[in-house]
Design a protein around this ligand. Structure first.
Ligand SMILES: [Zn+2]
Length: 139
């Protein structure tokens, strides 16, 4: 079931603060980059399947590539190629991806919640979402 798109403000606040998109009462993050398994307040499960947050890596890397392209264009236009150019790009790239990964993950969580993938276990057990078959042979 797809949730209604609340507002750009809700998306922006959730992304920048890292709060739970469902209740907004508490941080969704247990540490700098790691999410809680479930929201401590409203109990929605943040990660239902392995690899649910690979998309947030893509968002962070994509944003970093755009920043690097802009920095490269600006530096080459102003200074040309110079000694240490690669080091500057490396520092900018690592710094950018480090800085944007948390907001990218928070945005991805908001997106998953908006699309109806972030729900409580009870809602999931009622069959509103398909439970993935156990392909690993675990009971
Ligand atoms: Zn919550």
């Amino acid at each position: 079931m797809r949730r209604a798109f609340r507002s750009v403000t809700h998306m922006t606040v959730t992304t920048l603060t890292g709060r739970c998109p469902a209740c907004g009462s508490t941080s969704a993050f247990a540490s700098l980059y790691r999410l809680h398994a479930t929201c401590p307040v409203c109990s929605v499960r943040f990660e239902r399947d392995d690899g649910s947050y690979l998309g947030s890596l893509s968002v962070a890397y994509g944003f970093t590539i755009l920043v690097l392209a802009g920095v490269t264009a600006a530096l080459v236009q102003r200074y040309g190629l110079f000694d240490g150019f690669a080091v500057v790009l490396l520092v900018v790239g690592v710094g950018t991806v480090t800085a944007v990964y948390r907001p990218a993950k928070a945005w991805w969580l908001w997106w998953l919640w908006t699309m109806g993938f972030v729900v409580t276990d009870e809602v999931n057990e009622r069959g509103m979402h398909t439970v993935r078959p156990n392909v690993r042979g675990r009971p």
